[in-house]
Design a protein around this ligand. Sequence first.
Ligand SMILES: *Cc1c(COP(=O)(O)O)cnc(C)c1O
Length: 418
Amino acid sequence: MTNFTLKNSALHAENVALSQIAAEFNTPCYVYSKAALTQAFTSFKAGLVGTNHLVCFAVKANPNIAILNVFAKLGAGFDIVSGGELARVLAAGGDPKKIVFSGVGKNAEEMRAALSAGIFCFNVESASELARLNNVAGEMGKIAPVSLRVNPNVDAKTHPYISTGLKNNKFGVAFEEAIAVYEAAAAMPNIAVHGVDCHIGSQITELAPFIEALDLILGLVDKLETKGIPISHIDVGGGIGITYSDEAPPAFTTYAKAILDKINKRNVKLLFEPGRALVGNAGVLLTKVEYLKPSAKNSDAKNFAIVDAAMNDLMRPALYDAFHNIVAVKPRVGAAETYEIVGPVCESGDFLGHDRNLNLAEGDLLAIMSAGAYGMSMASNYNTRGRAAEIMVDGDKCHVIRQREKIADLFALETCLK
Ligand SMILES: *Cc1c(COP(=O)(O)O)cnc(C)c1O
């Protein structure tokens, strides 16, 4: 996370001290670095120079319109999974002709919105969805461009909740059924077959599962061609992992080269759907220590540091037992203690980190690192907590890209019986 560094013994985002952000905007808040977002996108593209490709940021990783706008200006496309995400991309200035629409449960209204916008492709996940899309497009007098999301039954070797390419996952069309569903698609009047798509999971740190899946996909593309169903693009999905602690995912250029070597001058456009890899290390969650609760003397109980961020702000530790590095914004000299870093929510699962060695005092600021992906996007109002503010730093400037939610807003849509 090279845009979050210690300067004069204080943690900064680019040129702005995180303590200054806390003083100005309060905590908890998410802080993103525009330079880190830009660098992630440009380095993802670096291995693809001179090839026919489109990098579609997976919006669900972080849907703030300011972040989408940064990527849109860099020429990104977008991978969406709902009508809500479609609206966000359009509001952020994204190009509808660079949108792919994934997801197992697209409803008719979402299909209509995407057809009206003129998106690049629907990633269709079942035969039933295909039939519905054909009907909806027919009613509108349109032709829907599609890929089938094929499930290659490949083990991505990641957490079970974020593994999507095994045959017992809900995602995609089973590999064995793909040819039959493609033949059905090719015969539908309001469907145009354009591509093949697969996405096998998230936080993948090895190349092998990507290559194994791509080999199967290329075999399928060849078979489809012999059946008179030409494929003009291959969407290899997202899923490339990041470093949270000591993971060593392949460099983007290594990943790109491995894929391009397999594609080997085939005349297809390549699509990528990275989410986490573009935003994960471009953001931190800034929080304040409210209370220290030392263990009872001579007991083996834990020391707790109760901070003002909680599982409703960053769900990954509670949901996946995920690790985030937690660092002091102004590290103190002197002996550290081992702390459970926990939030105020009434759940024992409300922790942000276990067994962290820190020298803390009440009122200290902590940065929960690598929180740019699936942080704010999974935040909730559990315990009637307003969601955190989001700040984007650009050099020495701070921009509020989402205001802190106000308490009155949290029940503004609710009504008592008369
Ligand atoms: C979530 C998702 C992605 C992005 O996954 P990352 O691991 O964040 O790169 C890409 N494509 C689809 C279909 C997804 O559901």
